[in-house]
Structure formats: C-alpha cells, structure tokens
Design a protein. Structure first.
Length: 139
C-alpha cells in the first residue's frame, strides 16, 4: 500500500521590518522556491543640491526671457532721476527699475527678520531669568 505524498503548505513571507532613514532596506525573501528575491523600491529624496539645480534652471529661463525683453525693446529713451540724466534702451531702464524694486523688497525683508530675531532673543532671555514666565508664541 502506498502513502500519498503530501506537499508542504507554503509559509507566508515574513513582513519587512521598518527601517530608520539612512539604513539600507533588506530584500524580501522569495515567496516560492526558485523565484528571485524582490528588490526594494528606491525612492529618490530631495536634497539641497537638487533644489539648487531646480533654482539654477528657473534662473536660466528667467535670464533668457529678460534678454529677449531687452533685445525687443531697443528704443532709446531719456531717463532723469534725482539729477541723474541718462539715455538708454527701454528694456535696460525697466530692468534697472525691477532691480531697484527687488533691492527695496530685500531691505524690508531683512528688517523684518532682524526684528523677529530680536524679539525671539528677548523672549529666550526672559525665560532664562524667570522660568515661570512663558512667551505668547511658545504657549
């Protein structure tokens, strides 16, 4: 009398353990004998350098548009500002005006950042001298 051969039941694949950022992930073992191990998906993370490349690309596009604008507005005009007189192309004059506006915006932003830093230092100093006192921004 022959005994029927029994095939072992497939065991479930162990679940991958979560890893900390920066640790390599382990490949999952094969689910069936003879199948190759599956490789984990690689995810590209954003870095400062990748952000820099995006910024450089955007800047290059803006510079190209500015050059086209200047070349298409080649008419000369007379410019007078606070006793300064000049004759230049319209595109270049508008470019100088835009640069002046950007500098004013940077100046206002710098003043605001310095104001916030001073307020933060004062709040930190007040907490050091009186630990029971908390500033409104931290509560």
């Amino acid at each position: 009398m022959s005994v029927p051969e029994q095939t072992p039941a497939p065991q479930p694949a162990p679940e991958p353990q979560p890893t900390q950022p920066g640790q390599p992930t382990q490949p999952t073992p094969p689910t069936q004998p003879g199948q190759p191990a599956q490789r984990p998906e690689r995810v590209a993370h954003r870095t400062r350098i990748s952000g820099l490349w995006v910024a450089i690309g955007c800047f290059a596009i803006i510079v190209i548009f500015l050059l086209i604008f200047i070349l298409q507005n080649a008419q000369h005009v007379d410019i007078s500002y606070l006793g300064f007189h000049a004759r230049m192309q319209v595109g270049i004059a508008l470019l100088f005006a835009a640069i002046g506006g950007i500098l004013l915006t940077v100046l206002a932003g710098t003043a605001r950042i310095l104001q916030l830093r001073t307020a933060a230092r004062r709040g930190a100093h007040a907490e050091k001298t009186d630990p029971t006192r908390r500033t409104a921004s931290r509560s």
